[in-house]
Design a protein around this ligand. Structure first.
Ligand SMILES: C[S@@+](CC[C@H](N)C(=O)[O-])C[C@H]1O[C@@H](n2cnc3c(N)ncnc32)[C@H](O)[C@@H]1O
Length: 469
């Protein structure tokens, strides 16, 4: 028995048992039923609280289940399913663009036949059923009777927040407007993302560009014929630009419980009137979250000219007083040019450095450094990527990193894949990347800053708080 207990297989089963019990207990303690993918009701605040309370146990459970699946599946089947995973992506986008979740909203657990669902788009019902079926076998939608589909807990995240009849007759540029942005980020990924990523292996083997980090050598240029920003800002691509900007609202999903923007920076400690510059801030989704809770700050959002109209509409709908009162400014600024706002309290860059090669990140950060006062803070928000093996204990930067305990035999990253998926998305879209702690430290120190602290755990979406060195 002692020998058997040491097998990886039995260790995994034990971890699954203990962590599943902890999750079940957490939900019971909150007076909630145990979580089920088949639940067709939108989650309540109590569900989010239970999810947060059982976060660590859920991570362990998911990591152990994934490792057990990899252990027991036939290796060729496992590898082939990974090789064909792009079809899940395709099916998600097809379902979003056929407005399926919105059509099913009132159908309840009985669901609706695909012939009815398909009336809200041009999609052939037989083909749509096959898209929905592959999602259903991955617990997104339920097939409750042959060709009859219903929403479940996960399909509900695809909701664009409008009714299906309106969506069916609305210009696609408006589909995602005012939504939580999840459908927008899923559809962007399953469109421009997949069309770019398909070219990664060709570029890796192409001797002319294999060692380049120039954005014009990124796989997207093979896929779409242009870099992402040029593509989005080209006449005729307005629907894609709107979808991308709303996708950035949805990128809030990168933040884990406990790592949230508002909890871990200490915005409330900055004196009234402190200037915070959100560089490459999009329409201003992060600034909106900050100003809502900390109206004593002056937020300046900087981005490029084609976003201006959508930004004005955004602020007029979410916080009509923000711009007229001067509490928020939305301005056009190319971040490679000298930073016009000097001596700000905070320069905030979220999902910006991961779009840039080290060279271009350095160019941008030196512009920020030139504008800093000795007390200015630079806050970078992006993933902090761990190796799949434990971080070497002699690493110079190890003390900067919060590394949660990982029970054997799980991987160092607890089976989490989001940061690594985004890393390759950055390779596909920009010839850039997510970074490990050594890599972050190198980029930051070369630009004349030092890391004060990192809010969030290695492997998560983190906030790197820096001072001028
Ligand atoms: C990935 S998005 C992040 C948006 C925002 N920071 C967020 O997290 O929601 C990158 C943003 O950088 C902007 N951008 C790209 N190149 C830029 C440049 N040279 N100057 C200013 N903004 C730029 C894009 O328009 C886009 O809004």
């Amino acid at each position: 028995m002692a020998i058997e207990m040491q097998s990886e297989f039995l260790q995994l089963i034990q971890l699954i048992n203990t962590s599943a019990q902890a999750v079940a207990q957490g939900y019971s303690d909150a007076g909630l039923p145990h979580p089920s993918a088949n639940d067709g009701a939108p989650p309540l605040p109590a569900h989010f609280a239970a999810q947060a309370a059982t976060h660590q146990a859920s991570l362990t459970l998911v990591a152990a289940c994934r490792q057990l699946i990899a252990s027991v599946m036939a290796p060729t089947t496992y590898a082939m399913e990974i090789a064909m995973a792009y079809h899940y992506s395709v099916a998600v986008r097809a379902a979003i663009e056929a407005h399926v979740v919105e059509v099913l909203r009132d159908a309840g657990d009985e669901g609706m036949h695909v012939n009815e669902i398909s009336k809200y788009s041009n999609i052939n019902p037989e083909k749509l059923a096959r898209m929905l079926r592959i999602l259903a076998i991955h617990h997104i939608f339920k097939e409750v009777a042959p060709d009859v589909f219903a929403n479940n807990r996960i399909s509900l995240t695809l909701d664009k927040g409008k009714d299906a009849k309106t969506l069916a007759t609305t210009n696609p540029a408006e589909w995602y407007e005012g939504s939580n942005g999840y459908a927008a980020i899923f559809a962007f990924t399953a469109d421009s993302g997949i069309k770019s990523a398909a070219h990664i292996p060709d570029i890796l083997q192409d001797l002319e560009v294999a060692n380049s980090y120039d954005p014009m050598d990124a796989p997207i240029v093979k896929g779409l014929g242009q870099g992402l920003w040029t593509h989005l800002n080209t006449a005729g691509n307005e629907a894609k630009l709107h979808r991308f900007n709303t996708a950035m609202v949805g990128s809030q999903l990168f933040a884990n419980a406990g790592d949230r923007l508002l909890d871990c920076i200490g915005w409330g400690t900055f004196p009234s009137g402190s200037v915070c510059v959100d560089i490459g801030g999009g329409v201003g989704t992060q600034a909106m979250l900050i100003t809502k809770e900390h109206p004593h700050l002056k937020m300046i959002v900087q981005d490029s000219a084609p976003l201006e109209n959508q930004a004005k509409q955004f602020w007029a709908s979410v916080d009509p007083d923000a711009i007229p009162s001067g509490r928020v400014e939305w301005t056009i600024h190319d971040f490679f040019n000298p930073q016009p706002v000097k001596d700000a309290t905070v320069y905030f860059l979220r999902c910006i450095i991961h779009n840039l090669s080290d060279e271009n990140a350095g160019r941008l950060l030196r512009r920020v450094r030139d504008a800093c006062s000795p007390t200015s803070k630079l806050i970078l928000a992006d993933y902090l990527i761990p190796f799949a093996c434990p971080t070497p204990p002699d690493s110079k930067t190890a003390s900067l990193v919060n590394t949660p305990d990982v029970p054997a035999p799980l991987l160092n990253n607890m089976g989490k894949s989001m940061g690594y998926l985004l890393d390759l998305a950055m390779m596909a879209l920009f010839n850039s990347q997510e970074r490990t702690i050594e890599h972050w430290n190198s980029v930051i120190t070369k630009a004349g800053f030092k890391i004060d602290r990192i809010a969030g755990n290695e492997g998560a979406f983190v906030y790197i708080i820096c001072s001028p060195s």
